[in-house]
Design a protein. Sequence first.
Length: 246
Amino acid sequence: MGRAFEFRKARKMKRWSAMSKAFTRIGKDIVMAVKEGGPDPDSNSRLRAVIQNAKSVNMPKDNIERAIKRASDKSQGDYKEVIFEGYAPHGIAVLVETATDNNTRTVANVRSYFNKCDGSLGTSGSVVFMFDHTCNFKVKADGLDMEELELELIDFGVEEIFEDTDEDADGNEVTSVMIYAPFESFGKIQAYLEENNIEILSSGFERIPQVTKPLSGEEVADVEKLLEKLEEDDDVQNVYHTMQEE
């Protein structure tokens, strides 16, 4: 297994454990998707992907429809995607993806978290090069031939394909297939999966650290303090770092 598999395994139990946080994040994604390509998911591939993600975290259909309706209202403000880069204690690089309607507020908050936790906010480009920007798809495993799928997707730049397991609402183990590829391959892979009636359960983008650094228990606690503050902020969509995770 490669880096994407290990990254997924380390993060899957941590990311967006709070349902309200997941809903807030997806609500912003819906606004940005509708502003970019309109409210019809049939003609807006980005919105289709966001709706799939909303369903994957059990966001009620009414919530999704209300979010699309609000996003279509001209009075609804837009969100700007802003990336922050910096260092946590012990030399751990941190990359923060935000979606904000008030950049001044977001900058002040993110800077304060780094300062309070003995970190330092860096300049644009200071750590982003340490992460590979990837896209991913989680698809239904039923009836799929892994080797055949991998051969079909190689031409789209796919780097890793592996089986993954989760629990459904009843506690039953469900197997799916994860697909990882470079960021720019997203549209081509989405089109291929849809054309071949392969059900997409969720999709998204991640930044996988090229190299990770092991820390002691006390040092991990220092870094976690900063990561928790960042992840609790409503403007923050994703937080990535180079700390080695078990």
